[in-house]
Design a protein around this ligand. Structure first.
Ligand SMILES: *Cc1c(COP(=O)(O)O)cnc(C)c1O
Length: 366
C-alpha cells in the first residue's frame, strides 16, 4: 500500500466540471485581472471569515507584507512573531525593513501565548503576528489584550475556517492574512492570497497598494506593488470555498481517527486541540524523539510524511544577521527535531490512516 502525503486529485475529481465551467466563464469575459471573479470572491471570503472586507493579493507572503505596511510597520520597527513559523512570516516582516522578534511557542499548542508575547514588547515594537500553526487557532483575543496599542496581524495561512470561540481565524486581529497556495485548506491552482479586515481605511489602502499604489486610474498615492489575485484563481477559489467547511470536517474526522489510534502508542505525542477551538488540521503533526528513524520506517512502508519545519527561521542562513544561535528558542528548536507531519487531506481513506497507525505501532515494536 502507498499512502501519499497529500493527494489533491481525489478532491478535484469531484468537481472538475465546475472548475472547467468557472474557467470558461473567465475566458468568455476576457477579463483576467481585477474583474468580477475577484470582486465576488472577495465578498464571499470576507463574509465567510466574518469580516467587513477582503482584498485578494498575489500570495500569502504578500498578504502579510501589505498588511504590515498598512498597519504602519516601517523600517527599523520590531515585529513579534512565532519562533516556529514558516520562513515566509519572517520574510514579510523583513520586506517592510522591520526586524522579526521571535517568541518561543507554547509546547502543547505550538502557538505563541499572551504572556510570552507581551514580555517581548519593547519601545520599538509596532506589531505582533501570531501564527495559527498547522490549523490550530492561536488565542488572538488574549494576545490583543496583552499587547494593547499594537497592530495584531494574524498569519492564518494554515487556518482557513479554523474557529476560536464563535469566530473564524482572520477575524480577530487588525488584519488576517491568508495564503491560497494549492495545498492549503483553501488552495488555488497556483499562487494567491488575501487580507481580511473590518477597517475600511486599511482595506482601501490595501486595494491601492496591491495595484501600483493607485487609487484612481493614473493617480498614484504611494509607491505600490503589483500584487493582485488573478481572475482565474479567484474563479477556482469560489468553487473551492463552497467545499471548505465540509473539507475541514473531513480533515477533523481523519485527525480524530489518527489521535484515537495513536493514543496508546508510547513514544508518539499526537497534536493537542486547544479547548474551545476548532483546529482545521492543515497538517497533522505528531512529535517523536526518534523522528528521523520513524520517518525512514514509514517511507519503507510506502507512507509519505513531511517535516514542518526541520530548521527554525532564526537558525537559517538568511536570518543569521538577527544574531541568534542554537539554544535561543529551545521549544522551537526541540520541535524542529521532533515534528513529523502524517498524511492528511480531506479524502484520505480510513484504510490509509489505519495502515499508517499500524506502521507507527510496528516501529515501536507494538
Ligand atoms: C504558506 C504560508 C505562508 C506563505 O504563503 P505563500 O502563499 O506561499 O506566500 C506564510 N505563513 C505560513 C504560516 C504559511 O504556511
Amino acid at each position: 500500500m502507498r499512502v501519499p502525503f497529500v493527494d489533491l486529485r481525489r478532491e478535484y475529481h469531484g468537481y472538475r466540471r465546475e472548475l472547467e465551467e468557472a474557467f470558461s466563464g473567465v475566458l468568455d469575459s476576457a477579463a483576467f485581472i481585477l474583474g468580477r471573479e475577484v470582486e465576488s470572491f472577495e465578498s464571499e471570503f470576507a463574509s465567510f471569515c466574518g469580516c467587513a472586507g477582503a482584498v485578494g493579493v498575489a500570495s500569502g507572503t504578500d498578504a502579510l507584507m501589505l498588511a504590515l505596511k498598512v498597519c504602519g510597520v516601517v523600517a527599523r520597527d520590531q515585529v513579534i512573531t512565532a519562533a516556529n513559523t514558516f520562513i515566509a512570516t519572517f520574510d514579510a516582516i523583513e520586506r517592510c525593513g522591520a526586524t522579526p522578534v521571535p517568541v518561543d511557542p507554547d509546547p502543547v499548542y505550538y502557538t505563541i501565548e499572551p504572556e510570552a508575547t507581551a514580555h517581548a514588547v519593547t519601545g520599538s515594537t509596532s506589531a505582533v503576528v501570531p501564527v495559527h500553526l498547522y490549523g490550530q487557532p492561536a488565542d488572538v483575543p488574549a494576545i490583543k489584550e496583552a499587547c494593547r496599542g499594537l497592530a495584531v496581524i494574524e498569519d492564518a495561512a494554515q487556518a482557513h475556517g479554523a474557529v476560536w470561540g464563535e469566530r473564524r481565524a482572520g477575524s480577530f486581529g487588525t488584519c488576517g492574512c491568508f495564503s491560497f497556495y494549492p495545498s492549503k485548506n483553501l488552495g488555488a491552482l497556483g499562487d494567491g492570497g488575501a487580507v481580511v479586515t473590518d477597517d475600511g481605511e486599511l482595506e482601501k489602502r490595501l486595494r491601492g497598494l496591491r495595484n501600483y499604489g493607485q487609487e484612481r486610474k493614473n493617480e498614484h498615492l504611494e509607491v505600490g506593488y503589483n500584487s493582485r489575485l488573478d481572475e482565474v484563481q479567484a474563479a477556482a477559489l469560489r468553487v473551492r470555498l463552497r467545499r471548505l467547511v465540509e473539507n475541514n470536517e473531513l480533515r477533523r474526522k481523519a485527525a480524530a481517527r489518527y489521535s484515537e489510534s495513536l493514543r496508546g502508542v508510547d513514544g508518539i505525542v499526537p497534536p493537542a486541540e486547544r479547548p474551545g477551538a476548532s483546529h482545521v488540521y492543515h497538517l497533522f503533526v505528531v512529535t517523536c524523539e526518534e523522528r528521523d528513524d520513524l520517518r525512514r520506517h514509514l517511507d519503507e512502508r510506502g507512507i509519505s510524511t513531511g517535516v514542518h519545519y526541520p530548521t527554525a527561521p532564526h537558525l537559517q542562513q538568511a536570518y543569521r544577521h538577527l544574531g541568534y544561535g542554537p539554544g535561543s528558542f529551545p521549544v522551537a528548536e526541540r520541535l524542529s527535531s521532533q515534528v513529523l507531519s502524517l498524511p492528511m487531506f480531506p479524502y484520505i481513506t480510513t484504510e490509509e490512516i489505519d495502515y499508517t497507525c499500524e506502521s507507527i505501532a510496528s516501529f515501536f515494536g507494538a
